[in-house]
Design a protein around this ligand. Structure first.
Ligand SMILES: NC(=O)C1=CN([C@@H]2O[C@H](COP(=O)(O)OP(=O)(O)OC[C@H]3O[C@@H](n4cnc5c(N)ncnc54)[C@H](O)[C@@H]3O)[C@@H](O)[C@H]2O)C=CC1
Ligand SMILES: O=C(O)C1=NCCCC1
Length: 310
């Protein structure tokens, strides 16, 4: 059986995935997820095996989409103490829906970077107030880069400010991105004029304070996917209207939700499907935890493109 499995590299995935196709696919997956079980999505909460020695985890993330005929699981590690190598690593195993036979083993790093940014882009599209001109990114790693590209695909930002706890990393990333991108030494300086804010750090304590945020700004809170870690000040979690990708996982995994005791207003998929209000004039937070169905539909797109089916 193993000799029939395709091995798909990070380069192959990166060559295939583009935000013009990915953002709509993720948008639809978010809506379908919130419309389950009728929509044909099956996705249990992921299994997370904590490794105290690494202060990290191994996650197992299966999902099925009946409409897409897509079945896969992602295996993901997070080792925050890694220094010159990536802190996250992922593989996706794709199965045949009819037989259960494995069809492919695919790099999951590129998919994790891009589908997470595509989910934030979809949330921003629905929750931002008017056309955003100023973007702030807290963090300068893999997700900072993918979020810049996904959001810049949707909007032409006049200014993008990046803050990182190690300024040299923020400077390097700013130099790699566009001329409108600047590294700033203080997080507050990045945030003050921002219409859209992205938090993508490995911090276990808040990096974003309520008093810095402009009324009506939209925040994509992407880090702190552990129950005892929070990246957003609890006061801000209470002041803003909070949207999540999955309510079920948010109350189990998100320190931003659990530690603040903030109320979840809706899933972003409910907004996309027109079943919940987009309260765009208020300050909004999209608390992203990442969902297996995002990986499954993205891996399915990669398979279809490699087979010449799209
Ligand atoms: N919601 C979702 O779907 C996903 C969430 N994530 C989360 O997003 C965050 C960023 O992920 P990546 O960019 O892949 O990680 P990365 O390791 O590439 O980048 C993390 C950034 O945080 C900074 N950082 C590390 N420790 C810090 C601290 N104590 N205080 C402030 N900044 C600190 C690093 O210098 C780096 O710029 C992580 O928390 C990760 O677990 C990642 C993938 C998917
Ligand atoms: O891939 C995902 O989903 C992740 N979620 C939480 C943090 C690590 C990656």
């Amino acid at each position: 059986m193993v000799e029939h499995i395709k091995i798909i590299s990070a380069k192959q995935v990166a060559d295939i995935l583009h935000y013009d196709e990915l953002i709509p696919i993720i948008e639809k997956a978010l809506a379908d997820f919130s419309g389950r079980p009728e929509s044909g999505i099956i996705q249990p909460i992921r299994t997370v095996l904590h490794l105290p020695s690494a202060n990290g985890f191994l996650g197992i993330m299966p999902a099925y989409s009946e409409k897409d005929n897509a079945l896969s699981t992602k295996l993901l590690t997070f080792f925050p103490k890694n220094t010159n190598i990536s802190t996250h690593a992922a593989l996706i195993v794709v199965f045949d829906c009819c037989t259960g036979i494995p069809k492919a083993i695919m790099d999951g790093d590129v998919i994790t970077a891009q589908r997470t940014a595509a989910a934030s882009a979809a949330a921003t599209k629905h929750l931002t107030n008017g056309i955003p001109r100023q973007l702030a990114i807290l963090g300068a790693g893999v997700q900072a880069r993918s979020h810049y590209h996904a959001l810049s695909y949707l909007y032409k930002f006049q200014q993008v400010k990046i803050w990182n706890h190690h300024m040299d990393k923020a400077k390097l990333l700013a130099a790699e991105l566009g001329p409108e991108v600047e590294a700033v030494p203080e997080a507050k300086e990045a945030i003050q004029d921002a219409d859209v804010i992205v938090t993508v750090t490995n911090s276990s304590v808040p990096v974003l304070q309520a008093s810095w945020v402009k009324q009506g700004a939209h925040i994509n809170a992407v880090g702190s996917c552990r129950p005892d870690w929070n990246e957003i000040a609890p006061e801000l979690m209470h002041q803003a209207v909070v949207y999540v990708d999955t309510k079920e996982a948010a109350v189990k995994e998100s320190g931003d939700i659990i530690k603040s005791g903030a109320t979840i207003f809706a899933e972003i998929g409910e907004v996309i499907a027109g079943k919940a209000a987009a309260r765009t004039t208020e300050t909004t937070i999209f608390k992203s935890l990442g969902m297996a169905i995002e990986d499954t539909v993205t891996a399915n797109l990669v398979m279809k493109k490699l087979d010449g089916r799209t």
